[in-house]
Write a protein that binds this ligand. Structure first.
Ligand SMILES: Cc1ncc(COP(=O)(O)O)c(C=O)c1O
Length: 178
């Protein structure tokens, strides 16, 4: 079976990483300023991360969301300490696309509206509503195209203001770091 062709690939095979360095299969050392687009911003193979993950995997690797999970409550408490977002609920998911998808869905449930405002040159993920809010027609399939998204230039406050006056918008999604 071949791998699904998602991206054009760089001819590099990382096999090990430590802190800000990545080593490929030929032993070449790279300074990695990418940080896994913030997924591994604590640095590669951070000792606390390795220790906690290894211990957890030895105990139990997976269960569903339908049981008590004190680790999730601990994470929520730590996030409040860091962010001061006390009156928020934590929704845990696996990817950026899922986070955006569910944020748009909740906004639509809450407002009972369905149009989304997004900005040109954006990327929000490859799933249903997230991909339509992504300004790249090449990755939007016909099955996604039913979602209603209106695009503006980032900074076009006047355009957004006029669109919001129609009162049919459930969410405005903004990619802060472009
Ligand atoms: C700005 C932005 N939003 C959403 C996503 C989607 O995240 P994921 O690939 O985890 O679904 C990405 C991924 O690169 C991203 O850069």
């Amino acid at each position: 079976m071949s791998l699904f062709n998602v991206y054009p690939l760089f001819d590099i095979t990382p096999v090990k990483a430590q802190d800000v360095f990545v080593f490929d299969k030929n032993g070449t050392k790279y300074l990695d300023l990418y940080g896994g687009h913030a997924v591994i911003s604590i640095g590669h193979s951070h000792p606390t991360y390795v220790k906690n993950l290894s211990e957890q995997l030895k105990n139990i690797g997976f269960y569903s969301n339908s049981i008590e999970n004190p680790l999730q409550k601990r994470l929520a408490a730590q996030l409040v300490t860091l962010s001061d977002c006390k009156d928020y609920q934590l929704f845990l998911c696996n990817s950026g696309a899922e986070a955006n998808e569910n944020a748009l869905k909740l906004a639509s449930f809450h407002s009972n509206k369905k149009k989304v405002i997004a900005f040109k040159n954006s990327f929000h993920g490859r799933t249903s509503a997230a991909v339509v809010a992504t300004d790249n027609a090449k990755i939007v399939a016909p099955i996604n195209a039913q979602q209603e998204v209106e695009f503006f230039e980032l900074g076009d406050l006047k355009g957004v203001e006029i669109a919001l006056q129609k009162n049919d918008v459930c969410a405005v999604i903004i990619e802060c770091i472009r």
